[in-house]
Design a protein around this ligand. Structure first.
Ligand code: GRF
Length: 202
């Protein structure tokens, strides 16, 4: 079985991308999946430098709303089998969602369906969790559909909200959980051959 080719979409520093690179490209090399391309809407995104250091080709989108441009980047050799959104803050055009139905996933730093949706990214998410008085938070990996953070959930990882937590301390605890959850989900989807139907991973 050839390794699943993963395209990662990222807008920011790219620590989730790094967790994937470490898990897939680190020793021992897994034959299950490889990061084949990194695509960003920000030329200055730290994720780009991480890709460069790992010898992974990158693409900077001129217009992230242009479906044809994004599809061309995803189809560029080595074309993507699985698309991972890791800190990508733009809505994916519907034509791209349709083309990669059940083969495009996103990681969100909260326990969806709570604390997701338009504008819910970065510290705002953790501020909302603290304001809600929730006893726990966590990370969610879900399928991408035409709306922010609404696609079916694949897997979640839970962390406690501790007394005295700030948005920063909670974000750091959730990010650690993200760095474990995302590679676990990608490897399991690859092991399953990237099913064309939704799966739930315990
Ligand atoms: C992560 O918390 C992720 O859940 C969210 O954006 C943040 C990106 O972090 N969507 P990084 O760029 O992977 O470090």
């Amino acid at each position: 079985m050839t390794a699943v080719r993963v395209a990662v979409l990222a807008s920011g520093g790219g620590t989730n991308l790094q967790a994937l690179l470490d898990a897939l490209h680190g020793e021992p090399i897994t034959p299950l999946a490889r990061v084949a391309r990194v695509i960003t809407n920000r030329p200055t995104a730290g994720a780009r430098e991480r890709a460069r250091r790992s010898g992974v080709p990158t693409t900077v989108l001129r217009d992230p709303d242009d479906a044809a441009e994004l599809l061309a980047a995803l189809d560029q050799s080595p074309s993507a089998d699985l698309v991972v959104l890791a800190g990508y803050v733009r809505l994916v055009p519907p034509a791209v969602v349709a083309r990669f139905r059940w083969r495009m996933i996103n990681i969100h730093p909260a326990l969806l369906p709570a604390h997701g949706g338009p504008g819910m990214y970065g510290r705002r998410v953790h501020e909302a969790v603290l304001a809600s008085g929730a006893a726990e938070s966590g990370a969610t990996v879900h399928y991408v559909d035409e709306q922010y953070d609404r696609g079916p959930i694949i897997a979640q990882a839970r962390v406690p909200v501790l007394p005295g937590d700030t948005a920063e301390t909670l974000a750091a605890r959730v990010l650690e959980a993200e760095h474990r959850l995302l590679p676990k989900v990608v490897l399991e989807l690859a092991r399953l051959g990237v099913p064309s139907q939704p799966v739930r991973i315990p």
